[in-house]
Ligand binder design. Structure first.
Ligand code: AMP
Length: 214
């Protein structure tokens, strides 16, 4: 099964993608994570995108489509969860073509709906485990008192450079200008379903399961 999690920054796509990965053997493809990894390892592409990402703007379609193409060609037995991709109409078209060329289908697009006030609150409270990427939130899911990640025991936690109010404003604007048209695009294709992204993690997880399993 191949699915897209669609929604603004902070909607909970990464958190739900990790749950789906664990519980259904699917593979999370987060272009944001891939780009951050390219930055950390200091590749030419990583250096090129660093300033764009920190400003909260979108990197070129060509770069992210290249990253996704590579992964689709490698394949995943349990299918893919596309997290943060596609973010533009050309990316959505390219994904359709790539899946088609490899004899695969897109099974569902899940829009995670949240209101903008909640996003600001969530994002400015967000941190991740430096070892495994588990997502924490100062209010809803604080780092355990013993300072150890619940998933991997890691003890280093970091905040993303673009998780600040300024960059978030640009990221939201990019979302509404370039990504939100995908809601109509997938609706017209009969592939869109939505869940309320504002609930507890387990509630959202249940709603996604209901959407996928019918
Ligand atoms: P994310 O982790 O999904 O919030 O992505 C972090 C940043 O990476 C975004 O603000 C963009 O600068 C860049 N990025 C991630 N995915 C894409 C994409 N599909 N298209 C363009 N830029 C992306």
């Amino acid at each position: 099964m191949n699915i897209i999690l669609l929604g603004p920054p902070g909607a909970g796509k990464g958190t739900q993608a990790r749950i789906l990965e664990e519980e259904r053997g699917m593979k999370q493809l987060s272009t944001g994570d891939m780009l951050r990894a390219a930055r950390t390892s200091g590749t030419e592409m990583g250096q090129k995108v660093a300033a764009i990402m920190d400003a909260g703007e979108l990197v070129t379609d060509e770069i992210v489509i290249g990253l996704i193409r590579e992964q689709i060609q490698i394949g995943s037995e349990g299918g893919f969860i596309f997290d943060g991709f596609p973010r533009t109409l050309p990316q959505a078209d390219a994904l359709g073509d790539l899946l088609h060329e490899t004899g695969q289908n897109l099974d569902a697009v899940i829009e995670m709906r949240v209101n903008d006030d909640a996003l600001v609150e969530r994002i400015t409270a967000r941190s991740t485990c430096g070892t495994c990427g588990e997502v924490y939130n100062d209010i809803t899911k604080p780092i355990p008192e013993d300072g150890k990640c619940t998933t991997c025991g890691g003890t280093e936690f970091k905040r993303r450079a673009d998780d600040n109010a300024d960059s978030l404003k640009t990221r939201l604007m990019e979302y509404y200008k370039k990504t939100s048209p995908l809601i109509g695009y997938y609706y017209a294709k009969g592939q869109l379903t939505f869940v309320n992204g504002l609930g507890e993690i387990d509630t959202v997880k249940g709603d996604i399961a209901a959407a996928l399993d019918g």
